[in-house]
Design a protein around this ligand. Structure first.
Ligand SMILES: C[S@@+](CC[C@H](N)C(=O)[O-])C[C@H]1O[C@@H](n2cnc3c(N)ncnc32)[C@H](O)[C@@H]1O
Length: 336
């Protein structure tokens, strides 16, 4: 998973008010500032169906991580060429044939039991296996992915498993108000909105009006329009304008990385005591901890993690993950 040449994560095309339900505000929406802070998500080039970035109509993917492969998502497990395979439960699975990554090893650099480091194909197979047993087929989510792809959105939404985790976390704290920074096509928004009671609300912030329009279609099709307000514009501007009351119970930060700390600080301000914030993509193949990585994409994440040391308002932890999406991780914080 070497880093490919950085592609412009361009602005998501801001346009009009985008199909929005709720209050799509029109502030900001500068198309371009967009690249800033965004790391190109590496196009692993594996597993075909995310080669679709190539068709991403435009450089418009600010705030994006690497392409998130939507394989393994609800109902589609095993469709990626290599079957998740007649479960390898309990077996010494064969080593993957994929290229080696600098990612997690089994128990250390030489691997537990002397085995070689795991590979991307191990991670993907594992994802497929677990997803095939834990996630149900979900037509609304599959339709959201398909419609997003058809409309040229980059495949960088959360994975199915992570979407399910967001749903479970929000549900487990009884969230009624959820803030999301970075909507894209509304895939994670759908998961979050489903965790809400009838009178709950997700307020989701998106710079790119085309993304917001597609998200509106997807969310409406999922039957969740009444629970979601999409605000179009720069998330920083939108956050400043959001009414501080009532407070949010849960926040999900998944936009450009340059402003990660600001998004966190603002979300914290808008959050109730005991509320939780989930920040995606804070490990990034270990690059966040790499002093040699001075890219602007990594700098925003580093700045955020470093600031956590003196943040007395939250308790937090980072959990590293490997999956079909690679080696990354999220930070989970609870406001004291
Ligand atoms: C990784 S995608 C979000 C994926 C989405 N949360 C999901 O999992 O389905 C990041 C989104 O943040 C948006 N974004 C980037 N910079 C932004 C900004 N300054 N303000 C608001 N949204 C921004 C991008 O246009 C993109 O749609």
């Amino acid at each position: 998973m070497s880093e490919l040449p950085q592609e412009p994560q361009g602005p998501r095309r801001p346009h009009g008010r985008g199909g929005r339900r709720g209050h799509h505000s029109s502030h900001s929406r500068s198309p371009s500032p967009a690249l800033e802070g965004q790391e190109p998500r590496r196009h692993h080039g594996r597993h075909g169906h995310h080669g679709s970035h190539s068709h991403s109509p435009s450089p418009a993917v600010e705030g994006q991580e690497e392409p998130r492969r939507h394989h393994g998502r609800h109902g589609h497990h095993g469709s990626h060429g290599h079957s998740p395979s007649p479960a390898l439960e309990g077996q010494q699975e064969p080593r993957g044939t994929g290229h080696r990554h600098g990612g997690p090893h089994r128990g250390g650099p030489h691997g537990r039991r002397g085995r070689p480091p795991t590979t991307a194909s191990d991670w993907e197979r594992s994802d497929n296996f677990h997803n095939s047993h834990l996630l149900r087929k979900d037509e609304a989510l599959d339709a959201a992915i398909q419609n997003s792809e058809a409309n040229g959105l980059p495949p960088i939404s959360v994975s199915a498993a992570q979407g399910q985790l967001l749903y479970l976390l929000a549900k487990s704290i009884g969230a009624k108000r959820i803030l999301e920074v970075g909507t894209l096509g509304g895939y994670s928004t759908i998961h979050l909105a489903r965790a809400l009671p009838d009178d709950g609300k997700v307020i989701t912030l998106e710079l790119n009006e085309h993304h917001a329009k597609v998200a509106t279609e997807n969310i409406t099709k999922a039957g969740l329009a009444s629970k979601v307000d999409i605000i179009v514009g720069s998330a920083l501007d939108s956050l400043e304008k959001i009414d501080p009351e009532p407070k949010f119970d849960f926040a999900f930060i998944d936009a450009d990385k340059t402003n990660m700390l600001k998004y966190f600080t603002e979300s914290k301000r808008l959050l109730r005591k005991g509320g939780a914030i989930f920040v995606d993509n804070v490990v990034r193949d270990g690059r966040t901890a790499d002093p040699a990585d001075t890219s602007e994409f990594t700098a925003g994440v580093k700045q955020f993690i470093v600031a956590m040391k003196d943040d007395e308002e939250v308790e937090a932890t980072t959990i590293g993950t490997v999956s079909g999406k690679g080696y990354d991780g999220f930070l989970y914080a609870v406001k004291k």
